[in-house]
Design a protein. Sequence first.
Length: 549
Amino acid sequence: MANIYIGGAWPYANGSLHLGRLSSLLPGDVLARYFRAKGEKVLYVSGSDCHGTPVAVQAEKEGISPSDYAGRYHDELLECFNKLGFSYDLYTRTDTANHHQVVKELFLKLLDNEYLYRKTIQQSYCESDERFLPDRYVEGTCPVCGQRARGDQCDYCSTLLDPSDLSERTCKLCGSTPVERPTEHYYIALTRLQSELEEYAVHAQGWRENAKQLTKRYLEEGLQDRAATRDLSWGVDVPVSGFEDKKIYVWIEAVSGYLSASKQWAEETGGNWEQFWLEGEDSIVSYYVHGKDNVPFHTLIWPAILLGTGGLHLPDHIISCEYMTLEGKKFSTSRNWAVWVPNLLSRYDPDTIRYFLIANGPEKRDTDFSWREFIHSHNGELLGAYGNLVNRTLAFIVKSFDGEVPEGELSEEWRITIEKLYLKSGVLIEDGKLKDALEYIFAGVRKANKYFDEQKPWIQIKDQREACGHTLYNCVQIIANLSQLLHPFIPFSCEKVRRFLNLAQPSWKMINVPVQQSISDLELLFERIDVSRIEEETNLLNKQLLDSN
């Protein structure tokens, strides 16, 4: 028995969630549902990242507190995750008293262990806005690739940066050229941890290829000590005398939410957070689920904090997604070139969204969301394959066998096939290969449809009623087990199937539906989406872009 810890990336509470970001978060729920069905102890946590200058600036413009501003989007994010079926054990936020306390404790432990030190630096200051600028609020030309970049990291070449590295610097708030002013900050001594992090990365198992390659590159270039505090107005206070006007830097503070959320969950439920963080009799396996842009924070920064404080379990599996584009172009929140999740949920089934994002998601390489592929995916795969198998089988039983599972015996071929589906898809899921797992299960769906077509129960019923019953009995067993195999991916439709067949909660082992089991409350699993919606949605997307210009 293993204790499975799953940390989902913390979306920023400064705007609505778009589909590109959602695609990097969804794997966490698939993993959590799978491991629970397998019978493992699971702790799956995340929350809204509520701190930082963007929240403070927008709140100031609206004349409300930063907490209230962030709370608006926290509530919206939570509603979206609930509608999508995310099964977090806790979804919290970074502006809680608990989070502040845990972050301060980690900071002081790093200080005690001499991994933090003071340093006076020149920091970017905007004279127009009369404030020190966080690294993300300084923009300029990347010295490595020449593209426009933020002062902390280049999105084009993934280089970790300092604002002073940029040329042609501007303030993101007002566009003026910032000046440099001296200020004192704490720095985390990443250089002292270089060898330990190299050792950790070399022996890491379960990292996606982008995480391996990016981390290797950062380590080969040599880690640089990074600021652990900043001159900010909104965030976690630095718990050291003389630093009352500064905050703990968000890139240290936000990742610490994985531990603070675990402790909050334990306090609220009476659970034991230590069994997911401290090595003991039971083994711990941890998964961290996020986008490619967050790789260094999960493979270097968070492990550095854990090593520097000591005694806490390091990340095992890094499930870092590539990027998703939209109709061939990069998502752009500023230009409103995005599919916003609240709007999408108001028009489409959550399982349709979940299926597309796993089956066509950016797991190994960048992928594209197009309305054509989205709607054809629903009609052709969810409805045409899975929904068709479920509805025609169960409707036939309702019509021809009084709604009761007929006499039959599961064939040896199908018994072996179903057992292989559990075994192989389970291995793929645990390896973070969710796309392959889903495709493998859907190969089973297609095989079942082929079996139904070849047996021709609509002909068997005329003069081979016993053989017809055998065919349908086999199909019911297949459907029941598919409802368990697909539950981590498309839980809402699988819950419907369990209700049709009066099944218990899903488990990751083969089940049998008894003869004469009643089929109840049968309804269509999925409705067809009219293909005219492709043009309608594409036009709305283009109008959205024009309206923002």
